[in-house]
Design a protein around this ligand. Sequence first.
Ligand code: TRP
Length: 398
Amino acid sequence: MSGDQGEKANKQTSGGEQVVTPWDVQADEGVDYDKLIVQFGSSKIDDDLVKRMERVTGQKVHHWLRKEIFFSHRDLGEMLDLYEAGKPFYLYTGRGPSSGSLHFGHLVPFVFTKWLQDAFNAPLVIQLTDDEKFLWKDLTLEEANMLAYENAKDIIAVGFDPKKTFIFSDVDYIGHMYPNILGIQKKVTLNQVRGIFGMNDSANIGQFSFPAIQAAPSFSSSFPIPLRGDDDIPCLIPCAIDQDPYFRMTRDVAPKLGFRKPALIHSKFFPALQGAQTKMSASDATSSIYLTDTAEQIRHKIKHYAVSGGGDTAEEQAANGANLEKDIPYQWLRFFLDDDAKLDQVAEEYGAGRMMTQEVKDMLGDVLIGIVAKFQADRAKVSDDVVKEFMSVRPLEF
Ligand code: TRP
C-alpha cells in the first residue's frame, strides 16, 4: 500500500461519500466494505466460496478468510475451476518500498500470500516498485532501489519458498517486462487513467504511465525466464482493496492484448492505531508498529496511541462494556490472534464490560511481541546471498 503524499485524488469526500484509491483513503465513518464492493464492482467472498477453497486445497482456510478480512474477489471461482481442471495459477503481489522496515499492516498481504503459495503450491512473483516510490516520494532512485532490497529481506522472512518465488525491483527487471508494458500503454488512454485513478493534471507523466508497470506482472509473458516461457498461466493477485484500481485497468486491457484477465482476492485495511478511518501510513511512526520495534516500544505505542472502544473509567466500562468495532486493540487481535476460542472470549467479556481495556492491551502486546521476536529471528537468517537467490532472474520450480 502506498502512499501518504503526492498526487491526491481530485475527488474529495462530501456528505459521507468514501474515496478509496491507491493513494488516498477517506471515509469519515470508517470504510464501508459492502458499499466498496458495489462501488468497485467486485464480488463478496461468501461461505460457499470459502468452503470450496477448503475442498480444493484439502485444508482449513487461513483464518483471515473465515473472518472476512480477505472479503472480496474477482474471478476467484474461475481460478479454482482452472486449478481443478489441471491448469494452476501463479501468484502476483507487491510492495512499494517507501520505508526501511515493514509494519504490521504490510505483513497482511504477504502472510496471506504465503498461505496461498503453500496451499496451492503456486509460483509467486513479488514486484518491488522502487520506480513508483521515486515518482511519488521525495526519494532518490538509489534510495528507492536500496529500500527495495532492504524490504526484500523482510518479505523473505515471511517464509516464502525460494524455489517458487521471484522477487524483483522494477528498476532492475523492467527490460523483461517492457514489451508488455508497451502493449498496455498503447491500449490505455490518458482519459482512462484519469477516470480510474482520479489523478489531476499536475501529476508528473511518470505517474500517469506507472499503472502500466503495475499491470504488466499480471501477465505470465512478463516472466519468460521465471515462468519458463509459458505465456498462458492464469494469475491470482492477493492485495489490499486500495490496489484494485490498477487491476480494473489491467482486466480491461487484457483481452485487447489477447491475455487472460488476472483474478483478485482483496483484503480490508489493517487499521491505524488511531482508528479505522484510514489505513496506516508508513510515514507516521505513531500510527503503526514496526517489525523492528522493541517490546518496550510496542507496549508504549499500544498504551498511548491505540484508540480504545472501552469506557472512559472502570465504572463506565463495567456498566456499558466496550464498542468492539471502534476498539483498536480488539481489532488488531482479530488480525493477529489465531485462536477463535480466545478471541470469542475477549469479544464476549470485553464487550460486556467484564474485562478492562488494559487487559486487552496487554494481551495484544504479548501477541505482537511474540510475532516480532519470531520475525526478527527469521530475518536475521536472511543473508545477502539469500536475497540474491530470491532476486536472481532464474526459472522457478513448479
Ligand atoms: N503499489 C503497491 C504499493 O504501493 C505495490 C504493488 C505493486 C502491489 N504491485 C502490486 C501491491 C501487486 C499488491 C499487488 O504498495
